[in-house]
Design a protein around this ligand. Structure first.
Ligand code: NAI
Length: 717
């Protein structure tokens, strides 16, 4: 009996290994575990068993993949070491695959990465029917590829096409799908797994099938040259279309399968080693692994530092305003089984809100992501009305009425006497000071910002904004609430623009300045897309609405006058002409053709000419520099002012709130990758344009000391 693995001999000469990492919620493959496994395999090789069963000792948890600390270190290792790591595991799993008796892996709960690769080295896999059972190779999601044989054994077990589907998307399959594609022999309830495993060992002996399966796994998959050429070309095109060439891992995984599947397994494993080493040590892998960790941290963050303060339970939620945002918030809350009250000034408006909620769930049902029962249960959780009295039993009211400070304050005055004295009141405002709004209430400690993003059903981020007097309990309660309704909260202090808009709006304003200085609109958008943004800043102006952008942008300009990029009046002119962007069919571009596709609009030129401040040829490099260096300076000021608690808050806020490219890991991680010294030198080039390009104290310090926002982990593998 080892620390992690227990071997037992069951009756009928059947061996059973139970993997159970002591004191851990999940099993992972870290260095000491692999060392113990090696010893165990040495002993198993000498045993004369009828067959071997392998299971996890944790209910609903098979193997979560690599040890997280080791994963964190991976992207900092040199290529040779990565290749060695992969080669070492190939050797071990090859020995597992050659044990002198049939082997059966019993998978209950998530089997990820190395867990799945281990399971693939055994002869048979049986999955439990638990909804928690998911089998996958998610490596590409963190910028690497399976390196323990997954790219080679999976195509040999289930065929090249389904293997590519799993490996290049990183998406897991459930038990039923695993059986359908041949990844699992059968799916059975947890309590029957072992009995089925034993019968399978009998069956394997009777039919000799296990030997044939082993033989098949060692051989090339046998694609003809034409088949291979055709299939891989299509896959390559598809992956390139999705990743725009910015995420190398899926293409590297494809290459590993392409070059390795049609040769004997051991040669294929060598291909995998090389490809694993190629992508593993890149800055992109480092960024994506960083995003994975930052996301994990947010999932477990309570939002406060005092562990003794616990969140309050919010049993009934009220939402004031059934507009675009209010209806979205009601949907998120009611869909997660929380009784939710939606109130607007007129019943007609409430009905529009209700329809919006139904459309969201209806769309999910159509897409196969929800069931008709989900619609019924959401509707059962929604109460609607036109009076504030409906909030009398609510533990929280989320205000989402129009962005007018006096309207909000007056409404609070009418609303508060009807609310429970200890209930929380929060505002979805995007621009108004939380501390000022709180001062208009009788409960500034139980008042905060809860800033959802549009469209609420698709945007995971929620900013939890602390006013000056917001209590820790309120913050902890809002963080827990946001998680309960399946959002990712980031806590920040009150400041104009809060976290995301404070960084995003200067970028949008800089784009307008560049345009008026002579930059071509399409080139400007392309420069940003090449950097990795999902759309360029001008396209984004049209999408969010020119009126919204004008209003929010001016709030940020007013608040940070000393350094703001102040564009000419082009947004005002467009708003006055009724060109509000996609919602009116015209803005910077026109959207009046088939399917509302963006097209250039010659009429727009007159707005541009009126606001022109130059006709200079502006290089792509200058566009990218100015768009993102300004963002970086503001992001570091946010950290210096203590608006958020960690660099990861800034980076995740940008990734989730405005589509900042995950492969860059956020603006601060981008700075780490490029080097603060290099970026400070670049900033000097633009310093005459204004304070927004003056390096912050943090950047200056990092440039001279080489310090980073995310120091490399000290773990050795
Ligand atoms: P909206 O105009 O779509 O909806 C506002 C709703 O509030 C309307 O249905 C209106 O009838 C109702 N209303 C007005 N006065 C009311 C009162 N006294 N009592 C009850 N209901 C009342 O506005 P939207 O876009 O939903 O914005 C709401 C809030 O969310 C604003 O503070 C806005 O700044 C903020 N926000 C908006 C985002 C967006 O993209 N639209 C994004 C994030 C925040």
């Amino acid at each position: 009996m080892g620390t992690y693995f227990t071997f037992e001999e069951l009756d009928g000469n059947i061996g059973r290994i139970t993997f159970d990492s002591p004191g851990k919620k999940v099993n992972t493959f870290g260095r000491p575990i692999v060392e113990e496994l090696e010893k165990l395999v040495g002993e198993l090789e000498k045993k004369n068993l009828k067959g071997l069963l392998f299971k996890s000792g944790k209910k609903d948890q098979f193997i979560a993949g690599a040890d997280l600390n080791e994963l964190a270190a991976l992207s900092y290792l040199p290529k040779e070491m990565l290749a060695q790591l992969s080669s070492h595991m190939h050797g071990l799993l090859t020995r597992v695959s050659k044990l002198p008796y049939p082997t059966v892996c019993l998978i209950d709960g998530p089997s990820m990465g190395g867990g799945t690769e281990f399971a693939l080295s055994m002869d048979y896999r049986i999955a439990s029917t638990s909804p928690k059972t998911q089998i996958g190779l998610p490596e590409v999601k963190v910028g690497i590829i399976p390196g323990w044989g997954g790219t080679q054994r999976l195509p040999r077990v289930i065929g090249v096409h389904p293997a590519l589907e799993m490996i290049t998307s990183g998406e897991p399959v459930n038990a039923a799908k695993a059986v359908k594609i041949g990844l699992a022999f059968d799916a059975v309830p947890l309590d029957q797994m072992e009995a089925v495993g034993r019968s399978l060992i009998e069956y394997a002996h009777q039919t000799g099938e296990w030997k044939k399966l082993r033989e098949k796994k060692e051989q090339p998959v046998g694609l003809t040259q034409d088949q291979a050429m055709f299939m891989f070309a299509i896959w390559q095109g598809g992956i390139f279309g999705k990743t725009k060439g910015q995420y190398p891992a899926p293409l590297a995984a494809l290459d590993a399968v392409r070059e390795g599947c049609n040769v004997p397994l051991q040669e294929g494993l060598k291909v995998e080693q090389a490809k694993f080493a190629e992508v593993g040590g890149t800055s992109i892998a480092s960024s994506l692994i960083g995003v994975f960790f930052m996301n994990n941290r947010l999932q477990s963050d309570t939002g406060i530092s005092d562990p003794n303060i616990k969140p309050r339970e919010l049993k009934r939620v009220g939402v004031l305003g059934a507009g675009l945002m209010g209806a979205g918030i009601v949907t998120s809350s009611a869909r997660t089984s929380i009784p939710t009250v939606m109130v607007d000034v007129k019943d007609d408006f409430v009905q529009v809100g209700l329809k919006r909620a139904m459309d969201v769930v209806g769309g999910r049902i159509k897409a196969g992501k929800a069931k008709p029962e989900d619609m019924a249960s959401m509707l059962a959780n929604i109460t609607t009305g036109t009076s504030h009295r409906y909030f009398s039993e609510c533990d929280i009211v989320v205000e989402a009425i129009p962005e007018k400070e006096e309207l909000k304050k007056d409404t609070y005055k009418q609303l508060l006497p009807l609310m429970k004295p200890d209930a929380l009141l929060v505002s979805n405002t995007s621009t108004i000071s939380i501390t000022r709004l709180a001062a208009a209430t009788d409960r500034p400690d139980r008042f905060a910002g809860l800033h959802f993003f549009n469209p609420v059903d698709r945007m995971p981020l929620v900013e939890v904004i602390r006013g000056e007097k917001t209590s820790d309990e309120t913050v902890a309660t809002l963080v827990a609430f946001a998680k309960k309704i399946k959002k990712t909260p980031i806590v920040c202090k009150d400041c104009p623009g809060f976290l995301v808009n404070r960084i995003l709006l200067p970028y949008m304003n800089e784009a307008l300045l560049l345009l008026c200085e002579g930059a071509e609109m399409d080139k400007l958008d392309k420069a940003s897309e090449r950097f990795g943004m999902p759309m360029g800043p001008i396209a984004l102006q049209d999408l969010v609405g020119i009126d919204t952008s004008l209003y929010a942008g001016s709030v940020v300009i007013e608040a940070y006058k000393d350094r703001a990029a102040i564009p000419p009046n082009i947004l005002q002119d467009l708003v006055e002409a009724g060109r509000l962007g996609t919602k009116t069919g015209k803005g910077f571009r026109q959207y009046t053709g088939k399917k509302g596709k963006a097209e250039p609009d010659p009429e727009f030129n007159k707005f541009l000419e009126k606001n022109r401040i130059g006709t200079r040829q502006i290089s792509g490099e200058e566009m990218t520099d100015r768009l993102f260096l300004g963002m970086l300076v503001e992001a570091t000021l946010i950290l210096e002012e203590g608006i958020v608690r960690e660099p990861g808050d800034v980076d995740m806020g940008l990734i989730m709130g405005c589509g900042f490219p995950p492969f860059r890991g956020g603006i601060l991680r981008w700075c780490d990758t490029e080097g603060a010294g290099k970026l400070v030198a670049k900033l000097e080039k633009y310093s005459s344009l204004g304070k927004r390009f003056h390096p912050s104290e943090t950047l200056k310090r990092m440039a001279s000391s080489g310090e980073k926002f995310y120091p490399a982990p000290k773990v050795t593998v």
